[in-house]
Design a protein around this ligand. Structure first.
Ligand code: ZN
Length: 291
């Protein structure tokens, strides 16, 4: 038991220091003590010996009662402490267990329905660079810096301009940027659908589109490739939107060409398909993916 002080401890998700700031650490006369100097165990019950710099007020005694209730089930041993990563059953840290833990937490806190939760599970099944998938992940949660989000989170002032940077008189929300802005981005999606040979009516949001494109694929290879193109399209739209701030312009033809180049490069780098020429890729990506 070498934890510096019980108020530096955490029980489950409760950090004692933040839950009991006044009747805890600040009034303690044992700030330098170790937990083992507070705690004794007679083999059946654990006892905490806490001392204070002054007599506690009634409200502080009430808080202290709550603290003792929390500590009641705690049974400490004299075995040396060690770090343990709770999201993994064997106690070791891994990126995979961290990701699954966060997904579960977000799903719980956001109240995701079954369909949305399935999209998040399948999102990473694509040979797309992880930074791009991470961006799509943020977008699906609507946690990316659109103007409406920046104002909502207090990063921009409430009276800051919230109009879309690509058109006039429309609030810049995620659905607007990626699906409805000035028909330009709408044109991009339509060109991409024609290119991959999928007939789609623009859906209300990116997660529905994800499922539609996924469902339109004829094979697993197609599916992975189409989702890669879905990621490339979102990524290119966002980059084009940001370039407007450095005197860039929106040209749907240029954007579609960029999406084809990006997805072709990613397909060569990360998919198991046989290498194909850029000409073949622009002509029929489905044929390249099935090789
Ligand atoms: Zn717009």
């Amino acid at each position: 038991m070498v934890v510096p002080h019980p108020f530096g401890c955490q029980l489950g998700l409760v950090m004692f220091l933040s839950q009991f700031p006044f009747c805890g650490f600040f009034l303690s006369s044992q700030k330098e003590c170790l937990v083992e100097e507070f705690y004794s165990n007679d083999g059946v019950n654990g006892n905490w010996s806490l001392f204070w710099r002054r007599t506690l007020f009634q409200w502080e005694l009430d808080l202290l009662g709550s603290l003792k209730e929390l500590l009641e089930p705690v049974r400490l041993s004299s075995v040396e402490d060690f770090w343990r990563w709770l999201p993994n059953t064997d106690g070791t840290f891994s990126i995979n267990s961290s990701y699954n833990y966060l997904v579960k937490e977000l799903r719980y806190s956001e109240g995701l329905d079954f369909e949305a939760a399935e999209v998040f599970k399948q999102l990473w099944e694509s040979p797309t660079p992880s930074k791009v998938i991470a961006f799509s992940w943020q977008l699906l949660y609507d946690r990316f810096p659109s103007r409406s989000n920046l104002i909502y989170r207090g990063i921009l002032a409430p009276d800051a301009p919230r109009d879309c940077v690509g058109c006039v008189g429309v609030v810049e929300s995620s659905n607007h940027i990626f699906f409805h802005c000035s028909n330009t981005f709408f044109l991009v999606w339509n060109a991409i659908f024609r290119w991959i040979g999928v007939v789609v009516v623009i859906p209300p949001n990116s997660s529905v589109l994800f499922e539609v494109i996924r469902g339109a694929a004829k094979s697993n290879k197609d599916r992975q490739g189409f989702l890669m193109i879905w990621h490339a399209t979102l990524w290119t739209i966002w980059k084009t939107r940001n370039n407007i701030f450095s005197n860039g312009s929106i040209d749907s033809t240029v954007m579609v060409d960029e999406i084809k180049v990006l997805s072709w490069r990613w397909s060569l780098a990360t998919t198991k398909m046989s290498p194909c020429l850029f000409y073949d890729w622009t002509w029929d990506p489905g044929d390249c993916l099935s090789r």
